[in-house]
Design a binder for this molecule. Structure first.
Ligand code: FE2
Length: 252
């Protein structure tokens, strides 16, 4: 491990019970590709299942039975915290109550996962309490390179739909991140397409979905969130002590 860290970020898997295993097969392909890259860790950045249904979480658990590296989960707006805890009892890093926010400390890069979903809503929200937790957590290791993971993009992508259903209070996040220079990346999902932005000093990368890609609508006459035939995939974040961080799109 030493001065290198490879993180597979797999997002918006949207596992379903009625798609003949199609979404699960794509997740398994992403895991197989991650194995080829000998990643150190795998993080699924939310929308793990499509409808919060028991059969979907069971199918997800089956697909994740034998991951090629330590695997971490976080919720998106299609997930339910209680069910995540219930179906993944061996994931002891998940807090037993409250938000599913936590820090991964086992690697040369720290990964701080922020649960900012709002039950029943499509948008995300960082509460004052959530921001205080993030500030405290980042303050605990000011000198260790850190990736902060969310589900909802915290910047405007200029898409007519997703700008309404992203992280609504990104100024609060920006205020916290600005105090912590060790944050080298913010990574998220939700948009089902690759996009780049910035919060304070930190580059933000939106990972694609493994299941489907949304087009963008910048004008009222354009279709909102059309599914396109662009390539699905995941992100490989590669860091070395001397070379910094690079983020690669890996197509499925
Ligand atoms: Fe999604």
């Amino acid at each position: 491990m030493g001065g290198r860290f490879l993180l597979a970020q797999i997002s918006d898997t949207h596992i379903r019970a009625d798609d003949n295993g199609e979404a699960a097969a794509k997740l398994k392909k992403a895991l197989a590709q991650a194995s080829e890259y000998r990643v150190d860790a795998i993080l699924l950045t939310g929308d793990l299942v499509n409808d919060e249904r028991t059969e979907e979480y069971e199918a997800l658990a089956r697909a994740l039975l034998d991951p090629p590296a330590p695997l971490y989960l976080m919720p998106g707006n299609h997930d339910e915290r209680t069910r995540l805890r219930y179906f993944f009892p061996s994931h002891t890093y998940l807090p037993h109550t409250g938000l599913l926010s936590y820090a991964i400390e086992d690697f040369p890069v720290r990964v701080v996962v922020v649960d900012q979903i709002v039950p029943g809503e499509t948008h995300g929200l960082l509460t004052e309490a959530g921001a205080a937790w993030l500030d405290r957590t980042l303050s605990a290791a000011p000198d260790k390179p850190t990736i902060v993971a969310l589900h909802h993009p915290p910047f405007l992508t200029h898409d007519l739909l997703f700008d309404k259903i992203g992280l609504l209070d990104s100024d609060l996040l920006s205020h916290v991140i600005a105090k912590h220079r060790q944050v080298i990346r913010i990574i998220c999902g939700h948009h089902h397409r690759v996009a780049f932005g910035q919060i304070a000093h930190a580059p933000v990368i939106v990972a694609p979905s493994t299941s489907w890609v949304y087009g963008i609508a910048m004008y009222p006459e354009q279709p909102i969130a059309p599914r396109t035939d662009e390539q699905t995939g995941w992100m490989l974040h590669a860091w070395t002590q001397s070379g910094g961080c690079a983020s690669h799109f890996i197509g499925l």
